[in-house]
Write a protein that binds this ligand. Sequence first.
Ligand code: PMP
Length: 369
Amino acid sequence: MKEVYLDNAATMTKIARAVQAESDFYKQINANPLRGLYKKSVQAETEVDEVRKLLLKLVKADNSYTVIFSRGTTEAINLVANGLPKGSDGFGIISKTAKIVVDIESHHSNILPWKQRYKDVTLAKNLDAKELFAADVVSLTGVSNVTGENFTKRIKKVRKMCPRAILGVDAAQMLGHTAINLKELGADFVAFSGHKFGAPMGIGGLIIKKELAEKLRPLNFGGEMVDAVSIEGNPTYSEIPYRLEAGTLSVGAIFGLKEALKIKSDANVEKLRKQATVELKKLKDVKVLASNGLILTFQIKEVHPHDVAQILADEGVSVRAGWLCAEPFLRFKEWGPVVRASFSTFNTSEDVKRFVSAVSSVRKKMKYV
Ligand code: PMP
């Protein structure tokens, strides 16, 4: 039975050219971008810097921004959250008592890095002036991984309401799917994951104001982020972005990322998601909770989402079920656990048919009808 893969919001089906580029890198180059030692190393480094430029171009960032590579969105937000507190090491710009605001729609990756570092973290249910007025950092969801809703307008509004706060965007579900204009958004940092838009896993990063990056404490210390290390005394660190990228980067994945960035893929996705939504709405006992972008979230009366996912899996249909790493939001909405189908450019109308048919069989299989 051919799998119908509908968990693209967790990780998108990989773009063949991106996987090929990653593999080619290891077959043909396989050198560490060590800044100017030998030809292949230079080639690796040139490409890595080229991908930084492509990313900056993609989000219309001017030269006040830079790109710092990380394993993905989670690591990128952790880098900022851990890098901001002022310390005796000279890094950091805010105190541990700083006021942090994140939106209630946040994925756990935009909640926990802040909560484990700061005492005053608000999960804002509606971003009104009161909550934002005194904020030192506001870190917001770009596109929700639960509802697929795009919050571009809200982010711009927040920027106006708190011009002095550090404004961040969790763009895990946004970059590579919808347009981002950093000039208009006014964010100080944007975190993203390549695997969410067809690139290999293990690569993502921050698109961040240089001025802010300069002040961040590195998340990792070690090779390739330092210029001189003495036997005694303090090291002198490399400039950004290198200072914030200790250790060997996932260079093959960066080569793959370059290919994924070339693909404009989502036109078909909206069509399929809408088609599936129309069909699910026809089914008695199915409640569509949200349908936007590539995401369709629903529940089936009296059936736990995990049972729904299991029955769908038995039919070869892979979906996500549970709290979707956004438990505060699902509790706030009083939805509880949900089922999420998420589409990609590689899905077909036939996939939608098999998905709908599997959903329509669930209550029968649970012996409710
Ligand atoms: N934020 C959102 C909105 C997400 O959907 C995800 C992935 N589920 C993340 C952050 C974390 O991304 P990653 O696991 O690639 O670090």
